[in-house]
Design a protein around this ligand. Structure first.
Ligand code: ZN
Length: 229
């Protein structure tokens, strides 16, 4: 009996200590706090965004609280490989895009956090200005991986992925993955810093280091593969 009481006390003390430590973590590292666009990117950002895929209202609340402008889209047929699930068209976030993006709500939320907490500050740090446009190859596309005739459908087929080609600045210059990723200069370092942050936001990040098919763009999606390349 004494042994069980000691074990109980030990467990209770350990749980209290763990809770005290977690409770003191800053919100970006604490998986139990509310997600907010003004929190820096941290260890818990990705897991909080991942939870939005099973909590539609939390995701929509996040967009509303973040002043993101969007239009909700009807769900497609769940029996079909292609179609939207819990998706929106992004009407306005911190940066304009070169094409209209219709994406899952969690991906839209992740992109908004990445814009605010990564793209903006890193562009300011490197160039003293922020881009005037994000160049994109788009989001929704009903196709299988790599456009093959057979095999698994891409995350693009449900609007759960977006491709980013590069960035346009006010003076007309563009920084693109194809031209600058590996140039050993500040443009390349800028793009690699963006990739590193993206890996803490999105469930999957594919870029030029992943394969030749991604030499000219970042692919961000919310499938939780943990690939960061
Ligand atoms: Zn893609």
């Amino acid at each position: 009996m004494k042994k069980w009481i000691s074990l109980f006390v030990w467990c209770a003390v350990s749980a209290s200590v763990i809770w005290l430590v977690v409770d003191r973590l800053p919100p970006q590292h604490n998986p139990f706090t509310h997600i907010a666009i003004d929190h820096p990117i941290g260890f818990a950002t990705g897991s909080k965004l991942a939870r939005m895929s099973t909590d539609r209202q939390q995701c929509i609340d996040f967009l509303d609280e973040s002043d993101i402008e969007y239009t909700r889209l009807d769900d497609g047929d769940p029996e079909e490989a292609c179609g939207f699930r819990n998706a929106v068209t992004l009407d306005q976030s911190d940066f304009p895009y070169s094409a209209t993006l219709s994406m899952s709500c969690p991906l839209t939320s992740g992109l908004a956090i990445w814009e605010r907490q990564s793209l903006g500050p890193i562009a300011e740090e490197f160039f003293g200005e922020v881009p005037v446009e994000i160049r994109t190859f788009g989001s929704y596309s009903c196709r299988r991986i790599y456009g093959r005739q057979t095999g698994r459908y891409s995350e693009h087929a449900t609007g759960n992925a977006v491709d980013i080609e590069g960035f346009l600045f006010a003076d007309g210059r563009t920084i693109t993955l194809l031209e600058h990723w590996d140039n050993g200069e500040e443009e390349g370092e800028f793009l690699q810093a963006l990739r590193n942050d993206a890996c803490q936001v999105f469930g999957t990040v594919l870029g030029p280091e992943y394969n030749d098919a991604h030499a000219n763009h970042f692919h961000f999606d919310m499938s939780q593969t943990g690939i960061c390349s």
